[in-house]
Ligand binder design. Structure first.
Ligand code: CAA
Ligand code: FAD
Length: 380
């Protein structure tokens, strides 16, 4: 067993840390307040190779491992979770799915530009009546011979208006249940494809979340990913890896809040001494540090499982379940350690607390992770 990172992984971690401090930190409060998408920053992350980290260099990617990816997600999320979710969706839900299951033509046409950040992707599974219950897809993709006709509404779509390429899950044959579902590549601007209004959110406010409406949108058959009826398995397999990225996001949010709380506890004085000298504060810091380290082990282990080509459904779900709880607990305590200052925007911890909550909801709620975990351990 070797817990050390390689020299390459350490360099990538440092590059992400530097980028987060130099490029994401300035303006992060304003972007949150104004719900402004970090467009410039995403372009720069593309140049740094963060948008297609695990993609083969022959398709414009960085050819790195999942450990490097979670290290980057962690560092970016310490500062700006709105920016890191853009990275997460593009890397794990869009590029990974296309590279693993896409045709040569789809990889040539779409992957190469997505992995460099020249184009941005979105993953569209959720619907008004199909969130956790993802097999209940109401969006239809009628088979018309050489093309599909897409009708329906997706909601909560990350990169909803900023994306160029959308992976859309839809029901082709209701009789076949989840085996009648397909995953289709839809380009922005397709006739009948409309982007709904932006959601006004509690957290990750810099990320643009929209509903999408499809009205008789023609999608060529060559844009179907995998065999007919593979769409639901495609979504599940893709989400299994996506959950590792969100677990790393949760870890980063927790670690970012902890670092701020530790620093503040050494600066702020009360009753004639720095507040860390009060055991009530130092014990909070001890709990935070321990829980973050435990979350980190789960996240890195899930990433390692994926890199070793072992099953990561269970380890990814456990990492997301635990790290997202640690993100909530840690950020709430970080606000507490900051006292009144924790309640105002300048100190960052209130934003981290608001951002933490989404990690328990998207890419499968905590309750859904428990379904995945319990089914996996019972069937072992
Ligand atoms: N890998 C491969 N196949 C899988 C799988 C996996 N990890 N998980 C399930 N499947 C397969 C099953 O084997 C089954 O196929 P067979 O009948 O051929 O065996 C099929 O999928 C249906 O599975 P279930 O019977 O288990 O389906 P279910 O209705 O009980 O639901 C669920 C399972 C795990 C709850 C699933 O519906 C789920 O994951 N729900 C949560 C949805 C979700 O995570 N949405 C996230 C949207 S994206 C997002 O949120 C992005 C973002 O914010 C940034
Ligand atoms: P519901 O499924 O209605 O769940 C409501 C509550 O019931 C939850 O607590 C849930 O855990 C619980 N529950 C439901 N079923 C069970 C059960 N069987 N057992 C126990 N408890 C249960 N989706 C995408 O496809 N693409 C995206 O890019 C995307 N980005 C998102 C970004 C944001 C900011 C948000 C808020 C959501 C995003 N989502 C996206 C959607 C997200 O994945 C769903 O919100 C999530 O899967 C939950 O679905 P729901 O909101 O319909 O909740």
């Amino acid at each position: 067993m070797d817990f050390s990172l390689t020299e390459e992984q350490l360099l990538i971690q440092q590059a992400a840390k530097d980028f987060a401090h130099n490029e994401l930190l300035p303006g992060v409060i304003e972007r949150d307040e104004e719900q402004k998408f970090p467009l410039e920053q995403v372009k720069k992350m593309g140049e740094l190779g963060f948008m297609g980290m695990m993609v083969d260099p022959k398709y414009g990617g960085s050819g790195l491992d999942t450990i490097s990816y979670v290290l980057v997600m962690e560092e970016l999320s310490k500062i700006d979770a709105s920016a890191s979710v853009v990275v997460s969706v593009n890397n794990s839900l869009v590029c990974w799915g296309l590279e693993t299951y896409g045709s040569d033509l789809q990889k040539e046409k779409y992957l190469s530009r997505l992995s460099t950040g020249e184009r941005l992707g979105a993953f569209c599974l959720s619907e008004p009546e199909a969130g956790s219950d993802a097999t209940s897809q109401k969006t239809t993709a009628k088979d018309k011979g050489d093309h599909y006709v897409l009708n329906g509404t997706k909601n909560w779509i990350t990169n909803g208006s900023s994306a160029d390429i959308y992976l859309v899950i839809a029901q082709t044959d209701i009789e076949k249940g989840h085996k009648g579902i397909n995953a289709l590549i839809v380009e922005k601007g397709a006739e009948g494809f409309e982007i709904g209004p932006k959601e006004n959110k509690l957290g990750i406010r810099g990320s643009d979340t929209h509903s999408l409406i499809f009205n008789d949108v023609k999608v060529p058959k060559e844009n179907r990913i995998g065999e007919d009826g593979f769409g639901f398995k495609f979504a599940m397999k893709t989400l299994a890896g996506g959950r590792i990225g969100i677990a790393a996001q949760a870890l980063g949010i927790a670690a970012g809040a902890y670092e701020l709380a530790l620093k503040y506890s050494k600066e702020r004085k009360a009753f004639g001494t720095e507040i860390y000298n009060h055991q009530a504060i130092s014990f909070k810091l001890a709990d935070m540090h321990t829980q973050i380290e435990a979350a980190r082990h789960l996240v890195y282990k899930a990433a390692w499982d994926k890199d070793q080509h072992q099953n990561y459904d269970l380890s990814g779900a456990m990492a997301k379940l635990y790290a997202s709880q640690v993100a909530m607990d840690t950020t709430i305590e970080a606000v507490q350690i900051h006292g009144g200052n924790g309640f105002v925007k300048d100190y960052h911890v209130e934003r981290l607390m608001r951002d933490a909550k989404i990690t328990q909801i998207y890419e499968g709620t905590s309750e859904i992770q428990k379904i995945v975990i319990s089914r996996s351990i019972i069937n072992k």
